[in-house]
Design a protein around this ligand. Sequence first.
Ligand SMILES: CCCCCCC/C=C/C(=O)SCCNC(=O)CCNC(=O)[C@H](O)C(C)(C)COP(=O)(O)OP(=O)(O)OC[C@H]1O[C@@H](n2cnc3c(N)ncnc32)[C@H](O)[C@@H]1OP(=O)(O)O
Ligand SMILES: Cc1cc2nc3c(=O)[nH]c(=O)nc-3n(C[C@H](O)[C@H](O)[C@H](O)COP(=O)(O)OP(=O)(O)OC[C@H]3O[C@@H](n4cnc5c(N)ncnc54)[C@H](O)[C@@H]3O)c2cc1C
Length: 674
Amino acid sequence: MAAHTISTAGTVNEDLAKERAKCNFNIEEVTNLLDGGKENTIKRKNIENISLDSGAHIDKIPEECLGPKERYENAVRKSCVYAKIVRDEVLTMTGMESFGSPVLRRTSDAFFKEISPFLLHLGMFVPTIMGQATPEQQAQWLPRALNMEILGTYAQTELGHGTFIRGLETTATYDPETEEFIFHSPTLTAYKWWGGGLGKTVNYCIVVAQLYTKGVCYGTHPFLVQIRDEDTHMPLPGVFVGEVGPRMGFHTADNGYLGFDHHRVPRMNMLMKNAQVLKDGTYVKSAKHGKLSYGTMVFVRVELVYEVAFNLAKAVTIATRYSAVRRQCQPRPDQPEPQILDYVTQQHKLFIGIATAHALQFTGYWLWDTFARVIGEMKEGKTDTLPELHALASCLKAVSTSDAASLIEQCRFACGGHGYMASSNLPALYTFVTATRTYEGDYTVLLLQTARYLIKAWEQAEEGKAMTPTVSYLVHSAYNRKAKWDNSCEGITRAFYAVAAGKIEASVNSIRRRMKTGLSFEDAWELTTVQLVAAAEAHCRAVISDTYWKETERMTSSSSAAVRSVMRQLNELFLVYWVLERTGDLLMYSTISGKDIIELQQRYEELLSQLRPNAVGLVEAFDFRDEILNSTLGAYDGRVYERLMEEALKSPLNAEPVNQSFHQHLKPFMQGKL
Ligand SMILES: CCCCCCC/C=C/C(=O)SCCNC(=O)CCNC(=O)[C@H](O)C(C)(C)COP(=O)(O)OP(=O)(O)OC[C@H]1O[C@@H](n2cnc3c(N)ncnc32)[C@H](O)[C@@H]1OP(=O)(O)O
Ligand SMILES: Cc1cc2nc3c(=O)[nH]c(=O)nc-3n(C[C@H](O)[C@H](O)[C@H](O)COP(=O)(O)OP(=O)(O)OC[C@H]3O[C@@H](n4cnc5c(N)ncnc54)[C@H](O)[C@@H]3O)c2cc1C
């Protein structure tokens, strides 16, 4: 133990205690709102207690201090312990409805500072069987997958192609003689790359491959492929599998590579809900929409919106509590150093993070309901709402992951040097969330998918055709070019829609102008993509602002006056923040004036100061147990310095007073004997 460590176990930092006393609303009421009702809060806490009270998640040595092999092995051990708790205790007590619930993701974060090697099993393998297999295939595989007797992942991306799925090179060629598909990787770039858990953990995976039968290629299709022996775990003959090597984060997810040399797979392992190959090799397509085989990606994109909201909520809880404890500088002589939370610039860094966590969570749940409705309609054979869902899920995934990553990084900056400590958990949160901007569809690529939809919608509006709900604002915009400025929440949202419409129209005009010079549509589109990305982003920000505002009104309609007031302040802060971020666009597409902008800047600063006393209360309403925050800076007791020292002492380098490298290298070097 270091000489100056002060043990104050059991006590709470005085500043943090004062912040709690200052809070003027009922924290539990906001927690219930965020959980979707008191009942849900009780259920969540129950699951957290079952999962965490045994202490099975505790590491003696911080996982980031372990070598790559030990770290992975520890993650597998903990994954098994956690999965057993979920299977034997949580699901037994709460019923199967908890399976796949966000609460289980929340508790799993107490076990894994990094990622569980089982993430893709539950996150994509099981959902793909549910979404792409026939009822008979589901009956064969689902029980074993849900019971984790087999473990799987999703292997789509290859060394050569991730974005362009149609360009994948792995082939699955049907052999009617043996009624098998022959899997082959014809080139190095055909090797699957990135599948989470693929390197060492899983024995099955969903492989997306080009289907050939009777000499014809029918494009990419999903298959369920066994890659390792269920008993020995050895790769099957013709299967080359391993881990991809060190990466920025995801250290414990054993992301893997996978290649095939004429590996044979039974015909019935093709996931046949949307297309089939009959015994004689005849190809039959049953899907009513060409892109239904991309369904798992849409599902995960929808999930990611509230997944990143949850991670942002954790980061902003850590940074806000720390900012209440940390004191720095002396702006007024003869007065004590202030809490850094009192600096207005610090409030500017943090409060938008709290508001964005709410905005993304509310939008995430709204998107989930939209997804569930569209899936329900598709079960009845209706696919006409799928393009709108795809456009929405694409832009919301892109913008939410990008915003959450930059705000988590901002939380790290807000914690100064200590935010750089692994024990703060901010670096791990950042590396996890920044990856979400790339995986499941790159940011730019997905915004361009939304842009395709918006351009078509603009043309439909011009032609006076019926519009789908999320683009119906374009009808009005087609004849009303500038939104009349009004600084109410409703008025701001209307102006954001006007910005989106203005940018879509400008993109359409650019494409048309370029085509008039003789360019093809594809070339004109390519030259306009910077504008198209901006238009899709503006559309997405309007949707988020609209949803956040309407959901806040709806959810707080029967809340206490204090809760309604603080939730509205946060909502208004979010809207005004984005007005101030986008003044150029608003000057162009609404009647906002310089005077309005000056007034809004003042309103923004007023909101910061109104929210200041409730800052700790607001983050505590997220109701994270210390085990889930996993942070020296963010724990409930605010014993920041003691916890930093306690964690430092766990570093393996501190296990001995003198490291052997002193005798081997340093001493001979320093004494000129090297
Ligand atoms: C909490 C859970 C955590 C889980 C951890 C997950 C870890 C990570 C896993 C992964 O990353 S798995 C791999 C994910 N890979 C991707 O997301 C690849 C991204 N690429 C694509 O999605 C597509 O290739 C593309 C970019 C959409 C292009 O596809 P394609 O070339 O086939 O289509 P286009 O010619 O561009 O468009 C044709 C037409 O189809 C429409 N469309 C495209 N995708 C969909 C879809 N998913 N659903 C519905 N419709 C779709 C597209 O809009 C076009 O429509 P039209 O404009 O012609 O009407
Ligand atoms: C941590 C992590 C985990 C992953 N897990 C999995 C997994 O489990 N299973 C799996 O199958 N995959 C997985 N992936 C792969 C992931 O889905 C892809 O990396 C992602 O879809 C991006 O594709 P890419 O790597 O081919 O990027 P690229 O498409 O090569 O992108 C490179 C650049 O090119 C730009 N670009 C590409 N196409 C266009 C275009 N048409 N127009 C304009 N710009 C373009 C992009 O915007 C980007 O700036 C994972 C990736 C990561 C980082």
